[in-house]
Write a protein that binds this ligand. Structure first.
Ligand SMILES: Nc1ncnc2c1ncn2[C@@H]1O[C@H](COP(=O)(O)OP(=O)(O)O)[C@@H](O)[C@H]1O
Ligand SMILES: [Mg+2]
Length: 327
């Protein structure tokens, strides 16, 4: 073997060991170019096809290009959605303890290779639980943004097929995809995996799918952070909780947190004379999403009456529509 090929092989092995996707691609491209230079055109073409996966690429921001997400077996719909994350943790109002846990997790992901070298297991599979509208999906996106990673949103209700074998194969396809680049993956609506059918025998089958999913993530050694979110923690079997490295609990906001969120959402909007405390109290017990909707509805109301600024009247008009609907 030529010394050149030896060096490239070492680089590619090292890149695998440190899960350095870019280094891997660099070394692989070098090998392809060299084969081309030797006029091994068919081999070069095959290697290139393998490297890009033969799939179209998605541009998720200025610096990162990843292959397009996998489709279901018939190739009809995407199993996940890749996004350039925009939301930051600063856009969220969370209790201090949860914020600290998220900050720690972010720092930990940055230090994965150091943890690997020290033989300390990574915390790579987290469960986010709590009522709807309290920031689980937003927090996952924010973690991706803070890490500068693309965000892969997998809506499990869409992945769950009426054929159970199909569901498992869809999940496997997503995890293989998440091995190709460092994503933050969110398996959203995680409980849809375990959602029971009327038929008792089907229920057993669905439980097997949840178990299969957890086994697949147990064995996952790729570069992505795997998050799962559920609005219905009660639907999950207790034994399943232990299978996650960490469980993060999201809760409905306190009146103080609602006030904070109203201020945050009004910060960049011209407004005057709004009795924030009144609205914070009126929204007591409702999720963050309700406070956000109140501000948006009030802004809409102001705009429609031709006012450049949001007034207390706009908030008052919007309130019944927010408190009067189910959350
Ligand atoms: N903790 C929070 N802080 C600020 N905004 C929030 C928070 N939780 C939810 N929201 C807002 O409510 C909407 C729904 O939130 P989402 O993250 O989808 O909630 P969940 O996934 O828990 O159902 C989003 O537009 C988001 O901006
Ligand atoms: Mg959600």
């Amino acid at each position: 073997m030529s010394p050149m090929a030896g060096r490239q092989l070492k680089e590619i092995f090292r890149a695998f060991q440190t899960r350095d996707e870019l280094a891997f691609r660099r070394a692989a491209m070098e090998i392809i170019e060299e084969e081309q230079a030797k006029h091994h055109n068919a081999l070069a073409r095959d290697l290139h096809k393998l490297l890009v996966g033969g799939t179209p690429q998605v541009d998720v921001g200025a610096t990162i290009v990843v292959p397009a997400p996998p489709k279901d077996r018939e190739g009809e719909w995407d199993l996940g959605e890749v996004r350039e994350p925009e939301r930051l943790l600063d856009d969220l109002v969370l209790d201090k303890r949860l914020m600290t846990v998220l900050d720690t997790m972010i720092e930990e992901v940055r230090q994965w290779s150091a943890l690997d070298s020290a033989g300390i297991p990574r915390r790579q599979r987290l469960l986010l639980q709590g009522p709807p509208g309290c920031g689980k999906t937003s927090a996952a996106e924010a973690v991706a943004a803070e890490l500068g990673r693309p965000f892969l949103l997998v809506r499990l209700d869409a992945v769950v097929s009426s054929y159970l074998g199909e569901t498992a194969s869809n999940l496997r396809r997503i995890l293989e995809y998440a091995s190709q680049a460092p994503f933050v993956v969110l398996f959203d609506e995680f409980d849809s995996l375990g959602r029971s059918r009327d038929d008792a025998s089907e229920h057993g089958e669905m439980k097997r799918v949840v178990t299969a999913f957890l086994q697949m993530t147990d064995n996952y050694r790729g570069p992505s952070l795997l998050l799962s979110a559920t609005n219905h923690p009660g639907l999950l079997d207790e034994a399943l909780w232990r299978r996650f490295d960490e469980v993060l609990t999201f809760a409905t906001p306190t009146v103080h947190q609602i006030r904070q969120l109203l201020r945050l959402r009004l910060k960049r909007v011209p407004h005057s004379g709004i009795a924030i405390d009144t609205y914070a109290s009126a929204l007591k017990g409702l999720p963050h999403a309700a406070a956000e909707k109140l501000v948006l509805d009030a802004r809409r109301h102001a705009l429609l009456r031709g006012s450049p600024s949001v007034a207390d009247d706009d908030m008052r008009s919007a309130l019944p529509g927010v408190t009067g609907r189910p959350w």
